[in-house]
Each structure stands twice: as C-alpha cells, then as structure tokens.
Design a protein around this ligand. Structure first.
Ligand code: HEC
Ligand code: HEC
Length: 203
C-alpha cells in the first residue's frame, strides 16, 4: 500500500517536473487525471494540449490536413499516389473524386498487402485547417479560431474530436497502417479537460 502510494507520488512528480506528461503510458496517451497535480491551470492546460498533440500530429491525421491541395500517405507522409487534388469541395476533381476509390469502410487487400482506407464522407480538410509542417502552438491557435476551424465553438470542437467519423478512423486505419495513440474516447476527454482548464496553447 505505502509503496504503491510512494510510487504514485514519484510518478506524479516526474510528470510535474518534466513539465510534460510521462511519454510511456500503457496505451500511448495519458489521461486527464494524470495532469491533476499540475497546480497552475495555464500550465496544466498547455501540458494537456501537448498530450493531444501526439494525436493531432500523428500521420493518420496530418495526411488529411496537408498544406497543399494533395493528401499525403503512409507514416512517412509521402505525397498521395496517384496525384489527386482537393477540388472545390475537398472531395477531389470531377474526374478523380475521393469516393471513386475510398469507400465508407477500409478495404483490405488481404495477405498482408495493406488496405485502401475508407470512412463515411472521406474528403480532404479545408486549407484553413492545414497542419502539415506547423508547430503545435500554431495548430492550437488555429483549431480554436472559428474563422479557421469551420465556425466551431470550443464545445463543438470537443464534440468533433470525440465523435467525428474521420477523426475516429485514426484509431481504425485498416491493415498496414499504425493507429493514433490512445483512443478517440480518451482524445475527447483530453479535449474536454483542455477546454475546462482555459484552452491555453503552447508557444
Ligand atoms: C479523410 C480525411 C481526414 C482525416 C483522416 C482526418 N481529418 Fe480532421 N478533418 C477533415 C475534414 C474534411 C475536416 C472539416 C470537416 C468539418 O469541419 O466538419 C476536418 C476537420 C478537423 C478538425 C476541425 C478543426 C480544425 O481546424 O481542423 C479537427 C480538430 C480535426 N479534423 C481533427 C482530426 C484528427 C485528430 C484526426 C486524426 C485522428 C483527423 N482529423 C483525421 C478530414 C480528415
Ligand atoms: C485512384 C484512387 C484514389 C483516389 C481518387 C483517391 N485516393 Fe486516397 N488513397 C488511395 C489508395 C490506394 C491509398 C492507400 C495507399 C497505401 O497506403 O498504400 C490512399 C491513401 C490515402 C490517404 C492516406 C492515409 C494514411 O494515413 O496513410 C489519404 C489521406 C487519402 N488517400 C486521401 C484521399 C483524398 C482526400 C482523396 C480525394 C481528394 C483521395 N485520397 C483520392 C487511392 C485513391
């Protein structure tokens, strides 16, 4: 009992002193309560956002939030093959619509040959939501700015992270692709905790 308590305090202290959460949590993503002992609210908010950054800056998300009009693919974030362009609605050009190839579900090629990703309404994030090549602090400022985030309030942003299907695909990316850390549920909880602590951004 006592040993467990000391271990917990020690773990908490590491978390606090390092000014960022323990990297190696069981499922790859810390929980909101892991930040409970960061007394300063602003610091706590920033630490939580940095944890959210492990998801936001994961290739599964950034590949569809590119800075150009072309998506990227793979963990090395290489340009999408074949070349495709966002088109007027993010769904591709008339002759190369995303949905020509991407269905509503992942399609496995079988035999360890990977898969074609799919989810309902598969399309590219608008230019104002480009994250590729941006620092986490910039991503933070832009996702809470209604001018750039599609007119979302903070609570709508939280719901998007917790429930949106394209976000959820990040944890069910199909054969041959690594999943984002943690779970969508946990990511939604972190987003809520970040907002509750003032939605502060890292520098
Ligand atoms: C298939 C493409 C695709 C994937 C994969 C994807 N997104 Fe998006 N994302 C979009 C589109 C399209 C929008 C705009 C839709 C809207 O506003 O409702 C968007 C909007 C967002 C927004 C709204 C705010 C903003 O400024 O960006 C957030 C937050 C977001 N995505 C998070 C994520 C996260 C986290 C992941 C990975 C776990 C992810 N997305 C994966 C296409 C994608
Ligand atoms: C001609 C077929 C085709 C079209 C059209 C197409 N894609 Fe793809 N896309 C693929 C294939 C195949 C893959 C899987 C490549 C692989 O992983 O080896 C892929 C992979 C992706 C990935 C990578 C996911 C990841 O994280 O690795 C994204 C993002 C993506 N496509 C978005 C789009 C968007 C957005 C559009 C429309 C603007 C689009 N695609 C149009 C065939 C297509």
């Amino acid at each position: 009992m006592l040993l467990a308590a000391i271990a917990a305090v020690a773990a908490g202290a590491t978390l606090f002193m390092a000014d960022q959460p323990i990297a190696e949590v069981a499922d790859g993503l810390a929980k909101p309560r892991d930040f409970g002992n960061v007394a300063n609210e602003r610091q706590r908010s920033i630490a939580i956002f940095k944890e959210m950054g492990k998801v936001l800056q994961h290739p599964r998300c950034v590949n569809c939030h590119p800075r150009s009009d072309r998506p990227n693919q793979g963990d090395d974030q290489r340009p999408h093959m074949p070349p495709v362009a966002r088109g007027p609605d993010g769904l591709g050009m008339p002759a190369m619509r995303c949905t020509t190839c991407h269905g509503e579900k992942n399609f496995s090629f079988g035999g360890g040959r990977g898969s074609l990703p799919g989810a309902e309404s598969w399309h590219l994030a608008p230019r104002s939501m480009a994250w590729e090549g941006r620092a986490l602090g910039e991503i933070c400022e832009q996702i809470k700015d209604p001018q750039r985030n599609g007119g979302k309030s903070l609570s709508e942003l939280q719901r998007h992270n917790a429930e949106d299907g394209l976000v959820g695909w990040g944890w069910e990316p199909g054969d041959g692709r690594s999943a984002a850390p943690g779970s969508q549920e946990l990511f939604g909880q972190l987003t809520a905790a970040w907002i509750e602590s003032g939605a502060h951004c890292p520098q």
